[in-house]
Design a protein around this ligand. Sequence first.
Ligand code: PPS
Length: 370
Amino acid sequence: GFLHSDLELDTPLFGGQAEGPPVTNIMFLKTHKTASSTVLNILYRFAETHNLSVALPAGSRVHLGYPWLFLARYVEGVGSQQRFNIMCNHLRFNLPQVQKVMPNDTFYFSILRNPVFQLESSFIYYKTYAPAFRGAPSLDAFLASPRTFYNDSRHLRNVYAKNNMWFDFGFDPNAQCEEGYVRARIAEVERRFRLVLIAEHLDESLVLLRRRLRWALDDVVAFRLNSRSARSVARLSPETRERARSWCALDWRLYEHFNRTLWAQLRAELGPRRLRGEVERLRARRRELASLCLQDGGALKNHTQIRDPRLRPYQSGKADILGYNLRPGLDNQTLGVCQRLVMPELQYMARLYALQFPEKPLKNIPFLGA
Ligand SMILES: Nc1ncnc2c1ncn2[C@@H]1O[C@H](COP(=O)(O)OS(=O)(=O)O)[C@@H](OP(=O)(O)O)[C@H]1O
């Protein structure tokens, strides 16, 4: 049918440079509020369609011990099975423990977002959860006097309020932004992570990811997941943006560095013309899949508008998290493909858990009333 009509989609596109089998051992450090759920969907789909094992949270847990530093025992089935192919749920990075779960040839990658917008998204999403945000009437107010609100930097729920991406990499979010320290940590990330995607340039990032993993085009096509309605996004004044950059100075340094290296790699490996062509192919395929799968031309829907409860994303804080309705009347095979493309993280995790551990109790997704 339609999904398999374009043979070119399955062939490598990068000439001799893409030789070899697709990479299947992958660790994605899922940072917070950075488009990481969109990337996770890509990895879950690849794992499911290629029958790969995923290092899923143990028991009823929904993440890998976050915000505690990751430990191997947070993974379901660790010990009974030697190693896993894919690891991509939220965790705080801790290399020696990750290595107990993942093979030696694992490809490590992650994603960063401009810390100003990452913080703004976190503020709304964790508004009622993080004590530092709970007391602040707005992000402007929080940043005008952060120490008033962020008065307990050791509170575990405050990890979302300062240098949260730096924290996710396993580093101290309250450290001084001192040159030697920052450079040493960035060098550490560079040594381990073969690629760091940038949310602002996600399509360019995915072109590079696809090249590194030697995957087919369809493997990296994804719809935007976990986005907020315009109503729940705050407009920030230039002063607030500047304050966010200095409040999250460690995140800012990390972001600046990897934004620069992403573009250096794109220039060196593809060049502007080829990159434009690849990005356009990715977007064209996304549009094609959107018109095949999604109702109303792919319009984002709030949770009351999403008919199928299994496709409703988890709601948090003051954020209005959007999702999609599928076109009615899809044949079974197309329906399966489309459902996987729009399935929210928690539901997809529960699905993979049930497939991988049929003997264990199902993951309970409380907001679905399951
Ligand atoms: N394709 C693409 N390009 C750019 N930005 C994107 C994309 N997909 C998701 N997003 C935005 O990422 C935010 C959600 O991030 P996460 O999925 O990492 O959040 S979470 O930590 O897993 O809850 C969320 O940001 P906000 O809308 O500002 O909250 C999404 O809109």
